[in-house]
Ligand binder design. Structure first.
Ligand code: ADP
Ligand code: MG
Length: 1005
């Protein structure tokens, strides 16, 4: 089957199987207002492992909690260049569609991924990146960019992810990533923005959760002397910051392996050895900080009871200054500096604040550092961008605090953007199609965004004010202030303001926001502190004197000198969110909405309550309503006509008039009512899914009949001579009547744009080229031949050629590595061999070619390497010219057309050579194997190359022995022979004294 054909089959299959596997686009749900129908459709698809479903251009993704075989290279190829709706929904389809939109419309794109923790956002973003890394053309100069993009992931995850109850690898920060592409569509640069790292995790974790991965990775994976230098012990239980969750190990995570991955990745993304060491010092210092303990003196003063010299050393600061700063605070009152001691609780809080600041700022530094490595090195003209946003969705926990408030505010903003952009693109489409816009009723959540963010009046402003206000302030006074100022707002309630029913489910310390997606109660405890995010000034002063460059970069002197208060946490977040929405607004958006089927991380379990909750808080029903407001289904005229033309005599087999007229004739014939559809300029809009399904059913019922009439008419066709040539070509592809007509038509339109007229034909041409290419791929790095591609494949062919070359080069480098390992400075002829190219065969000339008979005898065992050798008899040492051929599992010695000896690699014990410049080598064969004829004495003028290849294929790279004076071999039944090696004027192989073989090697300068 050609690609085009299989695509069509898949589409047909999916439409007809809709009862069992649900619809692949929610817009085709008859009852689009029914949440039950929505969830039932999700369930049906999930049961069949169909984890992806569209809502128009939105992709809904269910976490399968198991590996599905749908992410292979073949799958990537399947989705390349295929129209979004023609093939089953997939993250690759969305990736590809976004990429092509960027290329053809020259407009920046963004993909917004949202969903609860553990729903699969990060996995989705990784799949998208991988898709681009594999399928996009590469820019030679930037070949490593894809690599760096992918490598930055494990590093970011080590520092920014942690095991939580909901996800073993939960991202504890929001991430927006730009990938920049040059005018040819090759990725050339990247940039990451990070949001809201959950710093509190550094000092506290809930039961069953862990701190950030990196701490456990270091303790588990670090070398002994590394840990010694950092003064660390392996057991995480020894560190107070790691024991709170009582969960040092997680079965699904290998800290040791991940540590290796991170250590490998750091140099790739541009970290020097020194920077890595500084980074490790910081991680260790946080652990030591956590173990720093305080005591209380007689007078209520606080002092440090633990050793802090290590901590000071790792932080690169003065020990006594640190001791002082951890137990005192510095105030400036009326222009005078005052130092006051901290009480016990304050000292502990100061210590934790320092740990959070050190870790949080280091994380930001890390992101900057990665950005330097990903930065566009040369400005390229005409470049465009695809942005990826992986950010937590609405979070509704048992107790919601400041963090949830920020996250949910973010989601409120993103929803606003979604509505704006979706309506905008819908409206634009209606406009270009010349169809009257029908107002869509939707809930505008601006009122909630304003409630949170409005200057002077919104919740964030009130929070800031309360933090700055002199006098006694606390979380409760903040709550009262809220009641005074926004108490009357329709989306705001507190215990005091609520009616009896609501009051029962709220505590006195909570306020409730009625978000667009549903209500959430927030507990005000800790709001002020978290918003303040205070680090005592004297701690800052100590830190900015650190001789650890990372830390002195993170703690700037200006910050201490500058008396202006830095922005509060919520305001900082609000500002970065404003920037983010600006960035996103300038781009064309696509959406991935992730859902997790259950909380137990188990495959195959569909927890309806949990899913319904997510459908609600993701706003999916609202998505669907907006998308379905006008018409359920729209298709370009060509596509519609192509599919349904057999259903009307006037349009079958071909419509010769205008496309719009053809479609009109067709739908009139089918009896569409006026309110069921509208014709735009290039598309037909169908209002109800039912209309489409009925049409599909008619087509299905009519298929046998159509086939019959077509066969008859085809026979008539066949008589005409002018189609003979094409027919022959057509017959080779398929015997199906349909392909013939398509093929002929495609041939006629072959120079036109790719479309329904010629897609089958062009696909066939492509297919044939690729098939031919597979047979004629160049075999070595030196072979520059390449079949000529058809016009539509020129670009693809170029990429393939590069890719193939790269593969061969990699393979080649691997051989060279092995060669170095074996021979470097081991053999006199090594220096000469260094610059030589390795070839895939040394049997170049006509005379040397492998005989056909031998090839036939070997059958499926393809010859991977061949070379001419001289074989010496073990008795008498008579020289005999032979060919040595290597296959994947054995080697053979060939005398012209006869295979004289077969050496199974399993029977090969080792390979021995001399350390001189000769080409003699001995293959020692294990004695147990009676089938074998015993050891082999060979001389080969390409011995180094031959031995390298043989050793690699036989997996014996550790069994190549290089001997200085002589090599023993077995003649027969325990009798030994010996080869002696000496240096001399020129190469000579002769029978020496005592029946030894004497090899004289040329002395090399
Ligand atoms: N497409 C997928 N295929 C297989 N497993 C998945 C897929 N998506 C998610 N998972 C599983 O779910 C876990 C959580 O996914 P993740 O992307 O980290 O969630 P989120 O970023 O939304 O918190 C992953 O570690 C993985 O085990
Ligand atoms: Mg994540």
């Amino acid at each position: 089957l050609s690609l085009g054909q299989s695509v069509r089959l898949v589409m047909e299959g999916a439409l007809t199987a809709r009862d069992r596997v649900g619809v692949q686009d929610f817009v085709l749900l008859e009852n689009y207002n029914s949440e039950a129908a929505f969830i039932e459709n999700l369930r049906r698809r999930f049961r069949e492992n169909l984890i992806y479903t569209y809502i128009g251009s939105v992709l809904v993704s269910m976490n399968p909690y198991k590996e599905l075989e749908i992410y292979s290279k073949q799958q990537m190829d399947r989705y390349r260049g295929v129209s979004f709706y023609e093939i089953s929904p997939h993250i690759y389809a969305l990736s590809d569609n976004t990429y092509r939109a960027m290329r053809t419309e020259r407009k920046d794109q963004c993909i917004l991924i949202s969903g609860e923790s553990g729903a699969g956002k990060t996995e989705a973003s990784k799949k998208i990146l991988l898709y681009y890394a594999v399928t996009c053309p590469t820019n030679d100069r930037m070949a490593a960019l894809g690599d760096r993009l992918l490598q930055s992931n494990p590093v970011l995850e080590a520092f920014g992810n942690a095991k939580t109850l909901r996800n073993d690898n939960s991202s504890r920060f929001g991430k927006y990533m730009d990938v920049q592409f040059d005018f040819r569509g090759a990725p050339v640069g990247g940039h990451i923005l990070n949001y809201l790292l959950e710093k509190s995790r550094v000092v506290h974790q809930n039961h069953g959760e862990r701190n950030f991965h990196i701490f456990y990775q270091l303790l588990d994976g670090g070398e002994d002397d590394q840990l010694n230098t950092l003064n660390l012990e392996r057991n995480p239980q020894n560190y107070r910051y790691l024991v709170k969750g009582n969960c040092p190990r997680v079965s699904s995570i290998s800290d040791k392996n991940n540590w290796k991955v991170v250590m490998k990745a750091l140099p790739v993304i541009g970290f020097t050895e020194e920077e890595v060491q500084k980074l490790l010092n910081i991680i260790a210092s946080v652990l030591h900080l956590g173990n720093t303990q305080f005591g209380e003196g007689e007078e209520g003063e606080t002092y440090i009871t633990t050793e802090i010299s290590n901590l000071a050393r790792l932080l690169g600061v003065d020990g006594s200054a640190l001791r002082e700063a951890l137990t005192h605070k510095k105030l400036t009152a009326k222009g005078e500096e005052m130092i006051t001691p901290l009480n016990f609780e304050q000292a502990e809080a100061a210590r934790d604040a320092l740990a959070k600041a050190v870790y949080g700022r280091t994380f930001t530094w890390l992101v900057e550092k990665i950005n330097q490595s990903l930065a566009l090195k040369v400005h390229s003209k005409g470049s465009s961008v695809i942005g990826l946003l992986d950010i937590y969705g609405f979070e509704v926990l048992q107790h919601n605090s400041f963090e949830q408030f920020c996250i949910n505010y973010c989601n409120e903003k993103l929803q606003q953007l979604f509505i704006e952009l979706t309506l905008r693109s819908e409206q634009e489409e209606y406009e270009t199609e010349g169809i009257a816009w029908e107002t869509v009723q939707y809930f505008d959540n601006k009122i909630i965004c304003d409630l949170i963010e409005e200057k002077h009046k919104g919740i964030i402003s009130i929070l800031d004010e309360e933090c700055l206000r002199p006098g006694e302030t606390c979380d409760v006074s903040f709550l009262e202030k809220l009641e005074d100022t926004v108490g009357g707002h329709p989306h705001f309630v507190t215990h005091k303001l609520a009616n009896g029913k609501t009051r029962r489910v709220m505590s006195r310390e909570e306020f409730r926001l009625l978000h667009y997606a549903g209500e959430v109660n927030y507990n005000v405890n800790g709001f002020l502190d978290k918003n303040n995010d205070l680090l005592n000034r004297n701690l800052k002063e100590v830190m900015c004197q650190s001789d650890n460059q990372i830390l002195s970069h993170c703690f700037r002197r200006e910050e201490v000198i500058d008396q202006k208060r830095p922005e509060m946490a919520a305001t900082q977040f609000k500002n970065s969110l404003m920037k983010l929405t600006e960035i996103l607004r300038s781009k064309e958006p696509s959406y991935v909405r992730c859902i997790k089927p259950n909380d137990a991380k188990q495959p195959g379990r569909f927890d309806e309550v949990l899913v319904r909750h997510q459908v609600k808080y993701l706003g999916l029903m609202e998505n669907l309503r907006v998308r379905r407001a006008g018409f359920a289904y729209r298709r370009r005229f060509e596509a519609f006509l192509q599919r349904y033309k057999p259903l009307c005599p006037e349009t079958w087999p071909n419509w010769h008039g205008r496309l719009a007229d053809g479609v009109l004739t067709l739908v009139k014939h089918l009896g569409y009512k006026d309110e069921e559809y509208k014709l735009g300029r290039s598309k037909i809009f169908i209002r109800f899914p039912k209309t489409l399904f009925n049409t599909e059913d008619v087509l299905e019922a009519k298929k046998p009949e159509i086939a019959l009439t077509l066969q008859t008419s085809w026979r008539g066709y066949r008589e005409r001579a002018k189609y003979q040539r094409i027919r022959r070509a057509g017959q080779t592809t398929s015997s199906c009547w349909r392909s013939h007509t398509l093929f002929i038509k495609g041939f006629i339109y072959r120079h036109g744009e790719y479309g329904p007229e010629n897609d089958y034909f062009l696909d066939h041409v492509r297919y044939s080229f690729l098939k031919n290419l597979r047979k004629n791929l160049p075999k070595s790095v030196l072979d520059k031949s390449w079949p000529t591609p058809p016009p539509s494949l020129v670009e693809a062919s170029e990429h393939l050629q590069k890719l193939h070359m790269r593969n061969m080069v990699t393979k080649y480098c691997r051989i060279k590595m092995v060669y170095l390992e074996i021979f470097k400075d081991q053999k006199d002829s090594y220096p000469q061999s260094v610059g030589r190219l390795f070839l895939d065969s040394r049997l170049g000339t006509q005379r040397e070619q492998i005989s056909l008979k031998v090839v036939q005898t070997l059958g499926n065992d393809k010859v991977q390497y061949g070379v001419s050798v001289i074989k010496y008899d073990k008795r008498g040492f008579k020289p005999r010219p032979r060919q040595l051929l290597l296959t994947n599992t054995f080697a053979v010695l060939v005398d012209k057309t006869k295979i004289k000896q077969r050496i199974d690699y399993t029977a090969l014990r080792d390979i021995a050579l001399s350390s001189l410049s000769d080409g003699m080598c001995v293959l020692h064969i294990t004695r147990e194997d009676n089938k074998q004829k015993g050891d082999l004495l060979l001389h080969c003028s390409h011995s180094i190359e031959m031995v390298t290849k043989l050793a690699m294929m036989a997996n014996k790279t550790n069994n190549v022995n290089i001997n200085p004076g002589s090599i023993q071999f077995t003649v027969a039944r325990g009798k030994e022979g010996i080869i002696d090696f000496v240096r001399g004027a020129e190469l000579k192989v002769t029978k020496g004294r005592r029946g030894h073989l004497l090899v004289v090697s040329q002395r090399l300068l």
